[in-house]
Ligand binder design. Structure first.
Ligand code: HSE
Length: 453
């Protein structure tokens, strides 16, 4: 008799279990947790219809029990002890939305050790401890799902590992931090300086508890680490990413980029090259007419170049209570469908099953190959050709040279756009340029990203 190979791997009690309610224990009931509670309650019937079974929040761990009771009422058991949720026999899946990387790692590993699936929106936790967490989950045959960790409202993890599963992905580039995009938009639109724009972002609640994670590019690098692993089937390489934030970015460069027809965006880029992968977060110039340059305020967008689908782009809110809940609940629906199914049939944690993990090297900064913008303070306006000639001598292709529009309090500035050149070669050329008598101050360089197919 023919037997379905998947069915034959599935113990009978699992198949019977698959029709009962999926019982959720949640750690944390802050912005994301309360949004998850609300959306689960509001769309209960639709979510159950999509999942094939009902999904019910049965337990919540919270630091402030009174506040938690005010949110969930008396329908849900409350505890002050997160480990109680991670170990409780009535919990099938633990939703970790408390954040942080210390205790959260212990809760998640404990939940996995107790055979529970985990849904988390914690990008820092996974970027730093993901290898250990996914290995433990594989061992136990449980799922760790994390759509809410990257550009929350955009189902980009699913797009990469499911929607684009047929493709060889060439690069992923995105605005994946809303706080910095808000700041850059304010600096451009209202001519605000960095500090004033940051204060507004914090007042609106966009920034992380520690805003240095946003403005230094660390939050974006956490997310990029997860995107790259899913795009290329490579291990999580957060420690190898080149990370540059926007704290050193000057208003004058925002204006000069504009003059040349570009906008400055904090981009996370993961690009496959012959010798390895570029993994980098930095402020870059993007052509002003490009769709990516139109992503403003706190919005996020991710563009993917793949061989069959071509260029695709995804846009949406990168933070927010119900926006993150949307991703968390989508993960719960996946867990509801796959709970009890043999682990080999789960969607793999990083887009490929562990045995297929591709040990791609992360390229060093010097090997990154892009075009560049240079702003060179000079003593006199007639030095423009000297600057261009100095770069050309050092084998830097010069595509455009211009004088910056005059600004009060700013001396004459030569602006240069180069053709593609390795960072190492550019650094040497800029070093030589900096030593010239014509140069009146520090040369500023930024990468230019074409984002073309
Ligand atoms: N602080 C993050 C941002 C929140 O600004 O994008 C969402 O990860």
């Amino acid at each position: 008799m023919y037997r379905d190979p998947v069915e034959s791997l599935e113990p009978l009690h699992h198949r019977q279990a698959a029709i009962r309610t999926l019982r959720v224990g949640m750690i944390g009931i802050g912005t994301v947790g309360s949004g998850t509670f609300r959306v689960l309650a509001r769309n209960r019937a639709d979510i159950a219809a999509r999942a094939g079974r009902s999904i019910e929040l049965v337990m919540v761990a919270a630091r402030n029990l009174e506040r938690a009771a005010g949110i969930v009422g008396d329908s849900v058991a409350l505890t002050a002890d997160a480990m109680h949720v991670a170990t409780h026999p009535d919990v099938d899946v633990v939703v970790e939305v408390a954040g942080g990387t210390g205790p959260a790692r212990d809760w998640v590993l404990t939940a996995i050790a107790h055979g529970k699936h985990v849904v988390t929106a914690n990008k820092a936790l996974l970027a730093v401890h993901g290898a250990e967490i996914f290995a433990a989950a594989r061992e136990k045959g449980v799922i760790v799902a994390y759509e809410g960790a990257v550009a929350v409202s955009i189902p980009i993890i699913k797009a990469l590992r499911e929607g684009l599963a047929a493709n060889r992905i060439e690069w992923v580039a995105g605005i994946i931090n809303g706080t910095t995009n808000f700041i850059l938009s304010k600096m451009r639109d209202e001519g605000l300086d960095f500090a004033a724009a940051l204060a507004q972002a914090q007042a609106l609640g966009y920034a992380e508890a520690d805003p240095s994670f946003d403005i230094e590019g660390i939050d974006a690098a956490h997310k990029l680490t997860l995107l790259a692993a899913n795009a290329f089937g490579m291990p999580l390489r957060f420690a190898d990413a080149q990370v540059e934030g926007i704290t050193a970015l000057q208003g004058v460069d925002v204006a000069c980029a504009e003059q040349l027809g570009y906008r400055i965006k904090l981009l996370g880029v993961a690009r496959r090259q012959a010798a390895g992968v570029e993994l980098r977060v930095q402020p870059v110039l993007v052509p002003a007419a490009h769709l990516m340059a139109q992503v403003n305020g706190s919005m996020n967008a991710v563009m993917v170049k793949s061989d069959a689908a071509g260029l695709t782009m995804y846009y949406g809110a990168g933070a927010g209570s119900e926006q993150t809940a949307s991703a968390v609940i989508a993960d719960l629906v996946d867990v509801a469908r796959l709970d009890g199914v043999h682990a080999a049939q789960h969607v793999p944690h990083l887009g490929v099953h562990a045995h297929a993990t591709n040990a791609l090297a992360v390229l060093p900064r010097a090997a990154v190959h892009t075009s560049h913008y240079l702003r060179v303070p000079v003593h006199a306006l007639d030095q423009i050709q000297t600057i261009a000639a100095s770069l050309a001598e050092r084998k830097v292709p010069v595509r455009q040279v211009a004088l910056a529009a005059e600004r009060p309090g700013v001396g004459p500035q030569v602006l240069v756009l180069t053709g593609p050149v390795e960072q190492g070669a550019l650094d040497l050329a800029v070093h030589a340029l900096q030593a010239r008598a014509e140069v009146a101050g520090p040369v500023t360089t930024l990468r230019v990203e074409s984002l073309e197919g």
